[in-house]
Design a protein around this ligand. Structure first.
Ligand SMILES: O=CCCCC(=O)O
Length: 464
């Protein structure tokens, strides 16, 4: 019997679509087909691949409204954010369509007059990707665009919550001219398909965005066949607001970072450390603006904060709020859920918590929701220590108008993505990725295509 799963709108609980779960045999067949596809695709010239990827970019742009609506319906994020995601996702496609033509080798002076050494780059082979539900378009394109540009083939397993965005992107890729055996999507259980990917010797690279525990197990399971891995894992981003910061900018950028996608973003600001001289002013201004954010179905006009993806996510967020309250936190705004267990819809009011301390779960466990705690600090060393105190090293932000403090913090903070007076640092042309347990490898920029290339060298001897 064919097994299926429902894709639901987290804002209404309505079933949007029902998809087939691929069998183990179908996934294996897709891996084998993409392995065959790689053999031909790797031989194509970079200008040919670039042209196809550019056409994909054009088609996505032409279909941006439809794609945005799919993203809002299956992930819950407000429509204006979904449109922003389509543009952001497409920026990776445009960037790597160009980068395809800039895969350079080099020559190295040899240690003998009759030798010549040439360094070449070649695609790593078939790549398997596993993507999350929070950015169903951008997390796919920043993996698949550089992979295709480099000459790799690609098999993707999207999150079960948001497969429809992937299906639409794959359809547009085919329409643009990407061969069907070069890019394929499969659906089903993450752990089962993940094991099929890691166990297969045909898959030469695993690229994953998701939680640190799952990333660790994918790394472990990739060891037997010594695969390349790119891992974009969990974060718990700090924001440091210094005494000299422009408070209005700090407030607006904190909101931009924290409440994007209802706080369900790996680089969302999750821990606010504010200098004691400005903590009252900052907290007041922040909570006054956060209290105005409009919560609801992202398809409706003016909605700024959508639902949490599911009940488990809601329980985590409400649990962190309760734990903080019990340990003496003051809730400046929000703090309550708006839920309907029958429909399975889970919203949480945008919430600001003051007087947070290190005992609270929210200060050490990743928050995936619209909830932000404020802890004050006295000197900058204390703030750096607090910011660096966790195993995460994905993103960090700070606000200061003193260039010495700004440069000092950029050196001291152990994070891969840093925003200085900037709550929205992501860009297709910059290398995104975490340090410590937040990840391995970079996505975006020239580093993002390097991750899909092997380096080899040719030593030619017996020359005249
Ligand atoms: O959850 C991670 C999404 C990353 C979004 C970005 O690239 O800014």
């Amino acid at each position: 019997m064919v097994q299926t799963f429902d894709v639901k709108n987290p804002a209404t609980g309505a079933v949007i679509d029902t998809l087939k779960i691929n069998t183990k045999e179908e996934v294996q067949a897709a891996i084998e087909s993409c392995h065959e596809g790689f053999k031909e695709w790797q031989k194509t010239d970079a200008h040919h691949r670039s042209g196809i990827i550019k056409e994909w970019f054009r088609l996505i742009n032409e279909n941006k409204d439809e794609l945005a609506e799919i993203i809002t319906k299956e992930s819950g994020k407000p429509l204006h954010e979904a449109l922003g995601e389509v543009a952001y996702a497409n920026a990776y496609i445009e960037w790597y369509a160009e980068e395809a033509k800039r895969i350079y080798g080099r020559t190295v002076p040899a240690n003998s007059p009759n030798k010549n050494i040439i360094i070449k780059k070649q695609p790593v082979g078939l790549v398997a990707g596993i993507t999350p539900w929070n950015f169903p378009a951008a997390m796919l394109t920043r993996k698949v665009a550089p992979a295709l540009a480099a000459g790799c083939s690609f098999i993707i397993k999207p999150a079960a919550e948001t497969p429809l965005t992937t299906m639409k992107l794959v359809e547009l890729a085919y329409a643009a001219g990407v061969p069907k055996n070069v890019f394929k999507a499969v659906n089903g259980s993450g752990s089962e398909i993940g094991s099929l990917f890691t166990d297969s010797p045909l898959v030469r690279k695993i690229t994953f965005t998701g939680s640190t525990p799952v990333g660790k197990s994918l790394i472990e399971n990739s060891a037997a066949t010594v695969k390349h891995v790119s891992m974009e894992l969990g974060g718990h981003a700090p924001i440091i607001v210094c005494g000299d910061a422009d408070i209005d900018i700090a407030v607006d950028q904190t909101i931009a970072s924290k409440f994007r996608n209802a706080g369900q973003t790996c680089i969302c600001a999750n821990r606010l450390f504010v200098h004691e001289s400005v903590v009252d002013e900052f907290s007041e201004k922040l909570s006054a603006k956060v209290a105005q954010l409009k919560v609801g179905n992202g398809l409706e006009e003016n909605i700024q904060v959508g639902p949490l993806i599911n009940k488990k996510a809601y329980e985590k967020v409400s649990g962190q709020a309760e734990n903080a309250r019990g340990l003496g936190a003051e809730i400046l705004c929000g703090g309550k859920g708006i839920t309907d267990d029958e429909k399975e819809t889970y919203f949480f009011e945008p919430t600001v918590i003051k007087n947070a301390n290190q005992e609270m779960e929210i200060m050490s466990e990743e928050t995936f929701g619209p909830l932000i705690p404020i802890q004050s600090f006295t000197d900058i060393e204390e703030a750096v220590e607090l910011a660096n105190s966790l195993p995460f090293g994905l993103a960090a932000y700070y606000f200061t108008n003193d260039y010495r403090t700004g440069l000092y913090l950029s050196d001291q903070l152990d994070f891969g993505v840093i925003g200085w007076n900037d709550g929205a640092p992501s860009a297709a042309h910059a290398p995104f990725g975490g340090l410590k347990e937040s990840g391995l490898g970079k996505e975006g920029g020239p580093e993002g295509i390097e991750a899909y290339l092997d380096t080899k060298y040719l030593s030619i001897g017996n020359l005249i």
